[in-house]
Design a protein around this ligand. Structure first.
Ligand SMILES: [Zn+2]
Length: 375
């Protein structure tokens, strides 16, 4: 239970919104073991528990090389139509278990072509899995909306092809575009033409920025990238001295550009360390609370679930404990994310009503009445 009386079970039951969640690294350890056997790929552990522990150790080692090693194992087992279908289907199942009602799983189809699939075939395999997952959820009374976000890898040269698919499938399963992979050295201006083309096609984008690189990357994300949201974006805090905002921080605040923060991942990858200047950090040192109190539009995400061994409920509880948040605060983060989501207006209207009604009617057993804080 958090200091304000929130319990994990109560928060898990409430409808939540998840915008920054990498589809591939949401894979269940048990599924990974089965797929690895089929693909003849050797994993660092042979039971789900040991695999989870091994990944967590890598993620929290302070070494980016070790953190990224986990992704090599994940992509190795996700190279067939069947594997991607299963990934999509189980993705929905796991979300429903955690009370998520809207999600935008993001992934880079170009990393899943070693088994002979084309980019489009990979996207369609995932879509079929998602559709099946949604049907199964509805059959047992859960309504969930899941829209794909397609990423191009920053160090490769396939962004134009990925953008083609996003434009073709926009509003038909796919809602937006992102660039992922090494941020430092591969700034958004590298993809200026692609971003311009997506804007002209009226397709929204979010850009990983302000995670592994600082203020300049955020500036490029909102200028060259025309980003509607920032993937993490927490290093915008580097553009704030005491309460004095630099021009990039001011732009992000005044435009209310949504920050897709991912608390545990931000600690693991060193994004928090870049802000604090300390090599090791605890959750209470995350700039999330300072940004929230200054009026930045913040949301809470998982980023890489199996790598960091997190859930959305768990991340909300971590923040609630670190900053003494109440149910009102957690509801604010859900509504911030929903408004910033790329879902259709109709889906958002329906979801907003469901989220507000559920959180409001559960407010009293969720938390004690003291210390409600709004930004
Ligand atoms: Zn990410």
């Amino acid at each position: 239970m958090s200091p304000s009386g929130l319990t994990f079970d109560a928060v898990q039951r409430l409808p939540k919104i998840l915008l920054h969640d990498h589809l591939d690294s949401s894979i269940r350890p048990s599924t990974m073991i089965e797929l690895a056997q089929e693909a003849g790929h050797e994993l660092p552990a042979d039971s789900p528990e040991k695999l989870r522990a091994a990944f967590r150790e890598n993620a929290n080692s302070g070494s980016l090389v070790k953190y990224l090693e986990v992704f090599d194992h994940i992509t190795a087992v996700l190279q067939s139509r069947d594997a991607l279908h299963r990934l999509g289907q189980e993705y929905v199942e796991t979300l429903v278990e955690d009370g998520v009602v809207y999600a935008e799983p993001r992934w880079a189809p170009e990393q899943h072509l070693q088994g002979g699939l084309s980019l489009v075939e990979a996207v369609e395999a995932v879509q079929e899995g998602i559709d099946e997952g949604i049907r199964q959820a509805e059959a047992v009374g859960h309504t969930v909306v899941v829209d794909q976000l397609l990423c191009a890898m920053r160090m490769n040269d396939r962004a134009e092809e990925v953008a083609d698919i996003v434009i073709e499938k926009h509003r038909r399963g796919v809602v937006g575009f992102d660039i992922a992979g090494p941020e430092d050295g591969f700034l958004p201006s590298r993809f200026r033409e692609t971003f311009t083309r997506l804007t002209e096609a009226l397709v929204p984008v979010t850009v990983h920025a302000g995670e592994a690189a600082g203020v300049e990357s955020i500036r490029e994300a909102v200028t060259a990238g025309r980003a509607h949201r920032l993937g993490h974006g927490i290093r915008v805090a580097e553009d704030i001295q005491s309460t004095e905002l630099g021009e990039v921080a001011r732009w992000v605040l005044e435009r209310q550009i949504h920050l897709e923060t991912s608390p545990t991942s931000n600690v693991h990858t060193g994004a928090v360390a870049a802000v604090t200047g300390k090599p090791h950090n605890v959750m209470s040192e995350h700039p999330f609370d300072a940004l929230y109190r200054m009026g930045f539009n913040v949301g809470v995400n998982t980023d890489n679930r199996v790598v960091s061994d997190v859930t959305l409920t768990g991340e909300l509880m971590e923040l609630a404990e670190a900053f003494d948040y109440t149910a009102t605060d957690l509801l604010t983060f859900q509504l911030n994310a929903l408004e910033a989501g790329f879902a259709s207006h109709e889906d958002k209207q329906r979801l907003r009503e469901h989220v507000i009604t559920s959180w409001s009617s559960s407010a009293s057993p969720l938390a004690n009445s003291s210390g409600t804080r709004t930004a």
